[in-house]
Design a protein around this ligand. Sequence first.
Ligand SMILES: Cc1cc2nc3c(=O)[nH]c(=O)nc-3n(C[C@H](O)[C@H](O)[C@H](O)COP(=O)(O)OP(=O)(O)OC[C@H]3O[C@@H](n4cnc5c(N)ncnc54)[C@H](O)[C@@H]3O)c2cc1C
Length: 439
Amino acid sequence: MKVAVIGGGLAGLTAAAYLSESNRVEGVLYERSPHLGGRAFTYEKNGFILNYGAHAIYGMDRHDLSDIAQELGLTFESREVDKRKVMYAKGGRLISAPLNFVNLLKTDLLTATQKVRFVGEITSIIAQLHKMKNYPTLGDFLRESKADEEIKELWVHLVCSNFFLSPEDACQVPGPVISDYYHNLFLSRRPVNYILGSWSVITEQLKDKIERSGRFQIRLKDPIESISLDGDRFLLRSKTNETAYDRVILAMPLQQALRLLATTPWGPPLASYEGNTPTEVLIYDLGLREVVARPFAYISDMDHKLFISDVSATDPSLVPQGGQLLQGVAYLTDRHGREEEYDRYLEDRQEKMESLFDRYYPGWREAVVVKRVSKKAMVTSVKNVLGNELLPITLPDVPFYFCGDGCAGKGELAERAFSSARAAARLVLEEAQTPLPVR
Ligand SMILES: Cc1cc2nc3c(=O)[nH]c(=O)nc-3n(C[C@H](O)[C@H](O)[C@H](O)COP(=O)(O)OP(=O)(O)OC[C@H]3O[C@@H](n4cnc5c(N)ncnc54)[C@H](O)[C@@H]3O)c2cc1C
């Protein structure tokens, strides 16, 4: 069976790595840019190792990446962010983040009674008895909950930080999604980890595995420009050639997949996914020549919904000797008003971020060696909120497979890219075991 994978991000690489294990499959992975990784692209600048996205893994021991690593024989290390140094800032106060029971007991965020109540909520989420799963959204649950405002605020803040969402959007996350997600995370023994050495440690191994198989090729700078039917095969026209395939996996952000298929017979069945909105953030990376301050590993500003990770406190291999790598992320609300208004809003988010740096990392401006600000970075191509619908891996009337962080799958962010890619590859591999059905 000849298979094309379109997209060389985490999803495309994962799908192709699984496919490359079968001697019944051969194929090509097409990537339009000069490098692999997509939004998990890792690059080096002046000795600092930066990711376009970020490489925090939430709930490592229960994350699909752990299973995938085992199945594909990937090796990497990860280190847990020091929980004692994860702080929340609220109304000028610094508070220990209630990430586990020890921190929960220490935190000033909640009173003793509220702590008991919150422990009860965690326990019922773990036991899958929490009422949350019966509510359309977190906001609906909170409106009816009799809990104190502090507990409600904590719920919203947790969802903001794990889903990279503004508070308004956090309240729109479906109850069952929250219930499942925190069931996993509260049971995890490793809630926040960084992959040591960055995403490239994973993407390099996936690439090697694909190439070593001898059955799969990787073509960089070769975007797929159109797909059409060629008898019972699919003709893919890329920048450099035209090739027919038995099966095609689209491993790209939803918006790009819809654009590619818009003028094909498969555009109309996908039309209902056009209204989906992505999750976007403002991201502010700073490579500093020296450690200007190290008060925490992670500080989350509850008042302004921004956070800064001292990435190099957890993974010193990402900086040159003595340097410091800080990554600021500001959650964004959807575009509103006129363009100039939204631009002003983004300016304001950037200023708030810089004030947070000023407050906890004085002297950063003089120590900057590398700076990267992206005002609208797409974290996931489909925001997991009510009104949006994640794209299924297969759909009636569309003969392709889809994967990526805009697709249905386990978890959030990159976990969804990994889990949907594994599921898509499995379906193709199942088909490869049996003679190809005639369409
Ligand atoms: C700022 C930021 C912070 C993040 N932080 C985290 C985090 O801490 N933890 C986490 O788990 N996740 C995080 N993420 C999310 C994570 O990076 C993404 O979920 C993941 O990288 C998405 O992978 P993907 O393969 O689905 O899509 P992509 O990475 O977008 O890959 C799609 C690929 O397809 C290629 N392509 C598109 N069209 C074509 C075409 N026609 N022909 C050929 N190639 C094509 C693109 O060039 C791209 O390389 C973050 C993302 C961002 C932006």
